[in-house]
Design a protein around this ligand. Sequence first.
Ligand code: SAM
Length: 443
Amino acid sequence: MKASSRPKSERFCSFVNDQIITSTGYINEVIQQVTSTRYISRMHQRGNSTGYINKVLEQDTSTRTSTGCINEVFNKILQQDTSTRYNNEVTMSDSGLNGTVTSRVKEYYGNVLKGSNDLKTTACCISESIPHHHKEILALVHDEVISRFYGCGSPIPEALQGMVVLDLGCGTGRDVYLASKLAGENGYVIGVDMTREQLDVARRHLQTQMDRFGFKTPNVDFRKGYIEDLASPGIEDNSVDVVISNCVINLSPDKESVYREIFRVLKPGGELYFSDVFADRRVPRELMDDPVLYGECLSGALYTEDFRRMLRNLGCPDYRVVTGHDIEIDDAGIAGKVGMINFRSLTIRAFKLDSLEDICEDYGQVATYLGTLPEAPHRFILDDHHIFQTGKPMLVCGNTAAMVQDTRYGDHFHVVDDRSVHYGAFDCEPASASEGKNQGSCC
Ligand SMILES: C[S@@+](CC[C@H](N)C(=O)[O-])C[C@H]1O[C@@H](n2cnc3c(N)ncnc32)[C@H](O)[C@@H]1O
């Protein structure tokens, strides 16, 4: 019987290619059984809930079949460790996004590339200066993880101790492990990626990494999923302190969904801190259809002004560029195809703050960095034109004041005055504004 001709009330469930496919009729039954076990308390500890199970089992109702297998589902869930559980539960198909693009990207990162040296451009893998304390941690990360690092920056912000961190498109886990050490055993780091081969490498070294970091309890979880739909891999609303991502969002065929999901899962005051490739104009369709240009993180790049508009429409009218680098294209064939388009790798921060305004406003506020972040004793770099020297008061706009006061950085800043008196627009220009390259949406 075709799924569409079945009565709605029918309850059915089966496994297709080891994935759990169920009707919504089974959901309550599954939840009842799952909640009566100790397993659910483990899931709660990890920030999951019955809402999550509900969401997982509701998927793909069009392809479900009718065999009673509730116990099988239940047993399967119980048997699996967290990693494989997510692998099997994610049933979203590539065609649910944009089949061709997503399948090609999976193929590129799963099978075509075997290591960073196989890349044809420097779009991924731009060498950015890495802080000394990061280098010390990276020296502990397994060679196989490092050799398949395809990031385009160093999107690891300060103050991660004890935080819940989510890495979108974690690949083989280099940044997850870096964040894991920085977050410590009280923190938690989740890596989401859609490519099984990448996750296989990441997971293979999990226990070794935890041993090398001296962690008794693992603080890392790799989940298979799509960054356009973070509910499926179990990421709940307002549950994440910091979202990081390294050269991934350009690869998404549905970037608006990605950013919407990011702002859904971030806690109020939470931070998105990511590196990605951007273009100085909209990339023509024919270049987007080129699998190598797309896979190399070039032709999927968002035009910076469209990025600004997208974030503004999602409720984030101000973001900050921390660093930026031009991408050099040495391959003559690729350079010939991209012509005059300039690509830049940017590291950007954006905060989930209701109080941000679309231009910088002057409320006479003064912010002083206290020098209390161990990794930044002398200065705190908010963005490419806000470098707070320890102890030196700095006149700031309302948005900057909110970014350092109403976020996890609040403990490390002293901000004088609120927004009770307004002095007009704040005169604030990015250091790089004259080059027209790096500007965020505000100052
Ligand atoms: C350029 S690599 C970067 C990997 C990793 N961040 C790093 O720095 O090594 C892009 C990664 O994003 C993943 N990816 C691309 N599009 C994705 C999507 N829509 N959902 C989930 N993962 C995605 C790929 O599978 C690949 O592992």
